[in-house]
Write a protein that binds this ligand. Structure first.
Ligand SMILES: Nc1ncnc2c1ncn2[C@@H]1O[C@H](COP(=O)(O)OP(=O)(O)OP(=O)(O)O)[C@@H](O)[C@H]1O
Length: 265
């Protein structure tokens, strides 16, 4: 069954009874356990949680690169991993896939040629590359070797690659990791610009709780489970907390108390 948003549009991502096991051998470990959530279209949803809670695994499941996924996982109206989704999703992994010995523009030309091959598509490819470079604000660095860029600029090249096919859904795995506060702020402003101008849905993970305040919607994750799905404002109000981080910690304490009670029954 496809889930509907409040305005009647199907959610960009709909998960129900979603379980993921990882590891080789006879007994792969359950790292995501029977979760349900929705990612609304046209908004920025932050997937927040501590290191190792399963964020990358969940994002890999959404883009269709994760094995041992069971349950319902619909993405843009298709089951995750459907071939039709390849051109509709942009995915930026934690390790930026940028060639250091190519310039920014050459990197983009290369990936554009894979996405939209053939001589007949040359003009369309050039437009897509120009637009992606402009969108990530790297016009003045288009001729620079990727190996000579700063960490923040390299992240923006990765993002530009993901934007090439004009994706409806952008999946970003901890894009701000290792960046200083100014670069992190700039990148978050860029995500908002992209969501607003391209109308794209953005699903972005982070383990830095203050980044939660920058999202429209939140999925708070802990130990392979969704602890809460809410807007930052609603979460703060519901948990009587000044920040999302404080609210998250309250929910963790509540979950721990509940689990302890269950155990003593
Ligand atoms: N290739 C793998 N084989 C087996 N287990 C794995 C593998 N990769 C990750 N895991 C386990 O799956 C769990 C979730 O890992 P995952 O990388 O999804 O977490 P994360 O929240 O993205 O962490 P981080 O913020 O550090 O990137 C962890 O317990 C991890 O040890």
């Amino acid at each position: 069954m496809m889930n509907k948003q409040a305005d009647g549009d199907p959610a960009a991502v709909h998960a129900h009874g979603l379980t993921v096991r990882r590891g080789t051998g006879r007994t792969p470990r359950t790292v995501i356990a029977d979760i349900a959530f929705d990612v609304p279209r046209g908004r920025i949803t932050g997937l927040l949680g501590p290191s190792g809670c399963g964020k990358s695994t969940l994002l890999r499941a959404v883009v269709g690169t994760q094995a041992h996924v069971t349950g319902t996982l619909d993405v843009l109206g298709r089951p995750a991993g459907h071939p039709e989704l390849r051109s509709r999703i942009g995915y930026v992994t934690q390790a930026p896939s940028v060639y250091d010995d190519l310039t920014v523009r050459q990197n983009l030309d290369y990936f554009a040629a894979i996405l939209d091959p053939g001589r007949a598509a040359a003009a369309r490819r050039a437009d897509a590359v120009d637009r992606a470079i402009t969108d990530v604000d790297l016009t003045t660095r288009a001729g620079a070797l990727a190996g000579n860029l700063s960490g923040g600029q390299r992240s923006r090249v990765s993002l530009a690659v993901a934007l090439l096919g004009a994706p409806e859904l952008l999946v970003l795995d901890e894009p701000t990791v290792g960046l200083d506060p100014v670069l992190r702020r700039d990148l978050w402003n860029l995500f908002h610009d992209i969501a607003a101008t391209r109308g794209a849905t953005i699903l972005v993970s982070s383990h830095v709780m203050d980044e939660a305040e920058r999202c429209h919607d939140l999925l708070l994750m802990r130990e392979g489970r969704i602890l809460a799905q809410d807007t930052p404002e609603a979460l703060r109000a519901r948990t009587h907390s000044a920040t999302v981080e404080e609210g998250f910690l309250r929910l963790v304490d509540e979950a721990n108390t509940l689990a302890a009670r269950e155990q003593t029954r």
